[in-house]
Write a protein that binds this ligand. Sequence first.
Ligand code: PMP
Length: 437
Amino acid sequence: KNDEYLDSQARRESNARSYPRRIPIAINEAFGIYVKDVEGKTYIDCLAGAGTLALGHNHPVVIEAIKKLLEEKRPLHTLDITTPIKEEFVEELFGSLPADFSRNARIQFCGPSGSDAVEAALKLVKTATGRRSIMTYQGGYHGMTHGSLSLMGNLGPKKEVANLMPDVHFLPYPYRYRCPFGIGGEEGHRIGSAYIERLLDDPESGIVQPAGMIMEIVQGEGGVIPAPDEWMREIRRMTEEKSIPLIIDEVQTGLGRTGKMYAFEHAGITPDVLVLSKAIGGSLPLAVVVYREELDKWAPGAHAGTFRGNQMAMATGTATIKFIKENRLAEMAELNGERLVSQLQQIQKQTNSIKDIRGRGLMIGVEIVNTEKPADHLGTYPAYPELASRIQQECFKRGLILELGGRHGSVVRFLPPLIVTSQQIDTISDIFYEAIK
Ligand code: PMP
């Protein structure tokens, strides 16, 4: 029966679909970390809506929030006109942010997707600074719309699309395994920021002061690559000194995923603009930017959009944020993430093909390499996407849904819901081990 749905999907849906080809099922039911296909087979979902489902599928508090909204005859859609539901969401969201950021922050509802919020953030900093160019990082992922796609280092999805946003400068991200740019030791961590300072100070570098810098603190789609805290603090210091608004894209990392409520908290910094989506809607589409009020140079009407008033997503978002806070799910993500990493490290000892295990909290990546080929002068082995894909398929056969990411699709990514239990973590690594064997 899965095949009938897949045939129909292949006939009618766009050729652009990618990961569903690697996860060939039709999902019919879902609860917690599990999904069940139309043939009744159950899978553990470690993709979880690409990190969206912090509380897993159909969590009781999410279902309750939806029922309550309907029973109380609340509006489902109000454009930007405010409502008690919206007020409660903003209160809860601001309460989840460090006070030194939220105290003087403004929120712009965007939506419904992460890309929409990225677009808003770009417009915001361009308007606030009157400048035009944007700095960003190689390997970053910020979305698929024209502006957000312009920020992608990966030329694959870009090369057929003419006239993307100009004036985007790509910088090397601190990817220890493949691009150890200035990483290691106090001086090493300074190199990322020093490089940018030199570019800006050099009248012949061809680089002008940008309207803003946008980045992820843990690159997700780019292969689960965390920026070291010290490196990140240097970037923050430099952007502040150079008056470059720092846009942190926490679409994937936000709300406890990395072991802190927000990934920027690891380095003890705050952004100027924070981009949020995925988990904040508690399974439903919602995206916002939260930013320092000095940047609010927008005239009334400077940014708009119909579907920014999704009351149901705000209600499920409020319930989700509350649950994460009350049940300390960020701390649980840290503990369960460490548990999974140490189990993966044991598995690494049994194989030559895993060279790097990295991540933060419950955002973990395993880089699959080909050690039959020679390593380069830095000791880095070539990526092995074919093997990563086989591992993914062997996991899938055994009832574990995992997605691939990274430069060559050679990083196996673990993004389980934050409600995953330690026993479930053990099951996940057992299946992964069987697949590797
Ligand atoms: N930023 C980051 C960091 C993301 O991971 C994603 C989606 N994976 C986006 C932006 C884009 O979000 P959306 O797919 O909802 O447009």
